[in-house]
Write a protein that binds this ligand. Sequence first.
Ligand code: ADP
Ligand code: MG
Length: 666
Amino acid sequence: MRDLPGVGATLEHSLAGLGLRSAGDLLGHPPFRYEPAAPERSVAELMIGEEATIEGEVRQVGSRRSGRRLTLVEALVSDGTGEVSCVWFNQTWLLEKLLPGTRLRARGQLRRGSFAVKAYDLGEPRATADNAPVYPASEEVSLKRLRGLVERVLPLARELPDPLPASLRARLGLPFRSDALFALHRPERQGQGEEGRRRLAFDELLVFQLALARIAQDRDSSEAPALGAPGSLIKSYLAALPFRLTRHQTAALVEIDGDLAGSRPMQRLLQGDVGSGKTVVALYALLRAVEAGYQGALMAPTETLAEQHFLTVEEICRGLGVECLLLTSALPAKEHAAARARIASGEAQIAIGTHALIQKEVQFWRLAVAVVDEQHRFGVEQRTALSEDHSPHVLHMSATPIPRTLALTLYGDLEVSEIAAPPAARKPVVTSWVFEDRSAEAYRRLRKHLDAGRQVYVVCPLVEDSAGQARAAEQEAERLRKGELAGYQIGCMHGRLRPADRREIMARFKARELDVLVATTVIEVGVDVPNATVMIVQEADRFGLAQLHQLRGRVGRGAEQSYCLLVSRPKEELSEPAQRRLEALVRTSDGFELAEVDLEIRGEGQLLGARQSGLSDFRFTRLRADRALLEQARAAARELAPTLAGSPLEGELKERFAELELGELA
Ligand code: ADP
Ligand code: MG
């Protein structure tokens, strides 16, 4: 970066803050919008309120204060048809630049007799041009600065080779990569920037799909144990379930059976909203392995979640005479070693844990099925790690609602099973939004539920650090014990507790020894107590939409009607996004719909599990709008994969997915 004129250590540092470390990064910094076209007007033609561009000579310049914090710079500009006073706010340094006689091009609006300047140029028109790019900038690096830098490096785009085979490019009607970059940064007409972006997005998607195609190829050449058809253990398991499986669950089991029957390792994504009943399906897959004389493993992203799964699974397995164990890195060294020994000898038939399970020192005796919960949190890398040493069948579970078509194409190497609807016996959670001043009434309602034998979660407000969070939870529990909920058994759960203590508290809550569980977001996933029918979320405006949806999923798990109370300050005091989030939650409990709302409020970059799955590296792609492009990239990847070796695309693939150790995938 320092090679560029005007870039010193400070600017370099600020640019790095925007993720811009090289000329290539600058080229790949897409504008998020373009200035709309504005007509060129002479001063005499200017109309009040119309955005327009004028050009003329500075006659006179000065500044004055206006109000307490505003300083105006005023320049009298003449273009032969008339004179107008151009004004800028708080940019006194312009005084030195706008010397009389200077040619100025300015874009803005005539308001109260002056021309309020939005953008200007003192030399070549750029900022004032129609369709001028508007880049994400920062406090330290202004938009103007960025435009200048991009202008500087843009000629380099001319030299970039185009890695796409010409025939493919022509067939899809895509521009050359260099033209796309010019179009992106310096569109000459409306819509041209978008055409450029699409080509660059296609490249991103193609490279991603190629990586997935490689993983799929890899799978063709490895083998997992073929498990045949289900037998008597499975029969007992299904018979022991206290409910009938839903149509969607049954369909998922059939699909899984199909995969397990063969020796091509299963790679299936089991998608379903919170509470839709994925665990039953996962345990089915694990028991299929046990039944055939192999082992199963269930891997969860956090210790709490692993422990929850363990509690659920162990209870069922005990009745079936199947040995389970829990392995997390929190285990003392001796117990950890003992657990590993049981895994290695095959004594443990099902192992449940965090990614402690895939550490090198853990050797399975005969692993046939691995279930990975919340796969998006593991990302592509771990998806491969698990299948490297052992080639088990893998079932990925995710509660992140991604429309099926999108999931199929994003995770091109995975088959998808979807539990599209929750068990029918389930009543949707009744959600209401109440304000703090009425929370006394909320607690009165709560006591009614407690007296009827139900259990309750109280979720504490989010605080910055985990120590503060733990303290807040403890204090809240104490406050409720003395105040609103005196006389009830109240437990408290947070991330600072030792895993053994957490487990004990969960077990007591499950056993109904506790009426109320005051908790932090550690209960966000995995906690399953059907008798808990009320959840109060304090300062609900502080949580994200997806997080609130996950939290709410902890209730509404039994046949009883459940309630969720979102407590916040008065509506007027909340930001608009916070209001929209809470309104959406009251309106619907459909995870897909909420995901759409979330997307609208937060914008593209934040899409769902995007960050975790490596998708955040997408700079140009807009997952929702580019659905068709994604399909094209997927088809192209299939076509190109066999002849990839030595092609320019392979280079890009290696560069982009260096962390994936492609050698091992090939
Ligand atoms: P998730 O998809 O969030 O993992 P779970 O598997 O934990 O959901 O299921 C949520 C609750 O629904 C559990 O209490 C489970 O026992 C119950 N459940 C699962 N399947 C059914 C069904 N077919 N009928 C009734 N209840 C079910
Ligand atoms: Mg679950």
